[in-house]
Design a protein around this ligand. Sequence first.
Ligand SMILES: [Zn+2]
Ligand SMILES: [Zn+2]
Length: 413
Amino acid sequence: MKIIIHRGGSEIGASCLEIQSGGGARIMVEAGSELEGEKARLPQSADFADAVFISHAHPDHFGLACGVRKNIPIYCGEITAKIIKTASAFNPKFGGGQIPFSVFKSGEKIRVKDILITPFATDHSVPGSCAFAIESGGKKILYTGDFRSSGRKKNALKFLVKNAKNPDALIVEGTRIEGNGSAIETEFEVEEKIAEALSAYENLPAFAVCSGINVDRIVSIFKACKRARRVFVCDIYTALVLLQMGSLGARVPQMTWRGVRVLSKGEIFASQRRALEASFETLGASDFRKNVYSRGISISLEEIAACPNKYLIKANPIEAIMQKCGMPQANIIYSMWEGYMDEKFDKKRRYAALSSRNPFWKIHASGHIAQNGLFDFIGAVSPKKLIPFHTNAPEKFREKYPDAIVGEKIINV
Ligand SMILES: [Zn+2]
Ligand SMILES: [Zn+2]
């Protein structure tokens, strides 16, 4: 087989690989948009692909999938398809709302001409993430996608290692290869720290800043709310993502549960209501639409303003909600990658302003495997060739693995 690294070999973002077999099959793995820097575009060869495979529902992996020619099947997991469609309905820049994904199950083999692809569930900061074992002509490539070893689904990694050992090539994500240690690694620690933060300012209203599709994180926040006897209040989008994950069998907070309310009314949330009105039918969310405005589920800002320290709010914009509720201060829990606070992502410097005026906690566990876990993983998989990917520092792999393939666009396996 031939591996072509279109983008992602020396950056985090715009992931796109191509794999060609000796028998003339050609698949694309990921069609991601950039996180920063030059705008990503699909390679021309994508027009001639037999299929595209998407590992998970982060835009740096699926962001360009909407540009794939309509006659080419795009494969992803059921959860990934649901999240991409929902995220695209609420944020059109994701552009994946209309894609007729071909849905696979973890462990189920898919044949594309003489290539056999097996997806394996992994643990990452969005549900439904997969690694791919890619076989053809007696050779095997393992592509990890984004993954971690410290999440709630640890067994997934053991299963992957057991079933995909000794590949001819391992294409492995190296987001944290630089070894920037983090004080918080697990979701349980996140829950602990959030509970502590809430008890430190019992008299203040609280806000959580995190991705609506980081469902494991929402679970941690919800559990911390329970411990602090606070009601978890979220926006329509988060409530819908949670409902969909629940409908696929995940035990995650639902808007019908005690201790969960949804900000579905009021001017501030009008754009989310419009998105729901425009997409509920295609998303299969008619019942959700009926219930999300009902008494007992919907909560108004007036109700929150009457007793603000009873709630933790996961909704935006925080500043407008605070103003409308007459909150001079709030306890703010920032639970995303710290880099998003940098000026290049946060152009209006909102987080800098919020952190200067309010108690502000950074409580986050990465969705990516830490350096030591990564070394353990590579050791256990024991590949013949090691190809770093999804990393800003591929050369860092060479310190531990002198033969790691860095800077090559085409690799024969
Ligand atoms: Zn990711
Ligand atoms: Zn990624």
